[in-house]
Design a protein around this ligand. Structure first.
Ligand code: ZN
Length: 188
């Protein structure tokens, strides 16, 4: 197992749709083990395969609710359904989202309150997640990664300008930028 480098916004693998997993091989099992380790090391609540440079439709997730109930796993070839968005502007505090591929920053973004995800796990067994609140947000965020969409792509023009300014300052927004949790001094 290993902590993998995480690609940063601008790397092409983050901005293209990922491919379906045809077969769950030992390589896929090893990748998922590394993704879980990398997600925990970051630390993050989700990690999609394109973020570690692999253009496949796989993501891992982990989030404990306020009562400490754990929620952790992997989704392979997922499909996602979401409830319609509530109208209005997102709350600056409670709807602020971040991404390990744009580390150290958070921007408010309106997401659907409820989501249903289906897919398979590493044994090829069906996964079905019907969740709300922050877990629904995580699934929407990670699912977006599989379609080459970052949450910053969904921000309004004003926030997007701020994103561009930050990216310019840090040398992001071009191919080949990455960071490794526990190695590079980035507070994700
Ligand atoms: Zn992300």
């Amino acid at each position: 197992m290993a902590v993998l480098p995480i690609r940063i916004m601008g790397d092409p693998v983050l901005h293209a749709p990922a491919h379906p997993v045809e077969e769950i091989t030992d390589d896929i099992r090893a990748l998922v083990a590394d993704m879980l380790e990398t997600m925990d090391a970051a630390p993050g609540v989700g990690l999609a395969a394109p973020q570690v440079g692999v253009p496949l439709r796989i993501f891992t997730y982990a989030y404990a609710d306020d009562d400490g109930n754990p929620w952790r796993g992997v989704a392979i070839n997922p499909e996602l359904w979401i409830a319609p968005l509530e109208p209005g502007a997102p709350d600056e505090e409670t709807e602020a989202e971040g991404c390990l591929s744009f580390p150290g920053e958070r921007f408010p973004l309106r997401r659907s309150e409820r989501a249903l995800l289906t897919g398979t796990d590493l044994d090829g067994e069906p996964v079905r997640l019907a969740v709300d609140g922050w877990r629904a947000r995580i699934l929407q965020h990670e699912f977006d990664h599989l379609d080459g969409v970052l949450y910053i792509d969904r921000l309004d023009d004003g926030a997007w300008k701020t994103v561009q300014k930050i990216a310019r300052k840090r040398g992001w927004g071009r191919p080949g930028q990455q960071w490794t949790p526990g190695v590079d001094d980035i507070d994700a």
